[in-house]
Design a protein. Sequence first.
Length: 254
Amino acid sequence: MEATITYQDQVYTFNPLDPLDISMPLHNRQPQPECFWAEPVQFDVIRVGDFVGSVAEGGSTNYKRVHVTPHGNGTHTECYGHISADENATIHNCLKRFLFVAQLITVQPQKQENGDEVVMLEDVQAQLRSIKPEAVILRTLPNTDAKLTRHYSGSNPPYLDHRIGEYLAAQSIQHLLLDLPSVDREMDEGKLLCHHAFWQYPHNTRHSATITELTYAPDYIPDGLYLLNLQIASLQLDASPSKPILYTLSPVTA
């Protein structure tokens, strides 16, 4: 099956039956990514009187409660409500489109004098010169499946040069996705410089812009242009567990 889209006067084809999932699955009490001291994901069987919500335990149906912290457990998408007291700043209210042209690029964090590993603006700019996408997906090196189970809390993981947030906002790029726990330093005294720069908050807030953290794009997905389907739960919260799906875009030549 083949479908087409037109973006910036160029026609592209993609196969809607060939999705590339760059989200991290959540498991019950199993090794999986954790950051910012979040409790492990937990699925609890609902028990009411004689009813047990587990077929394995003799119940008629599976019926479970999910304990999850969006910012700390696996892939999640957040809006400016993450740094705002505005009650209307929820991911459900802010994200109204779900299909975007996205550029996947691979970057190597650079060691700083203080020991921090930081993705630098120059390395991102160098790979975004040919086309201006609607979304940018950053894949950091080294890129192994250890990212699927890494516990980041207290480890000062790599983060972004806050100028990247300024640059992407200036380029009108609406969605930033990355495979790190945060665009900002784990302990930064609450400054969240890159978050503020990307959302241009509070003086010129980009209400529909989002940041998706803790993605994982395996090496078999090459750098390039994709159609991104950014899927979230309809939560009236600043963030939601999410499932970003990519479809390879191929330009149609005359």
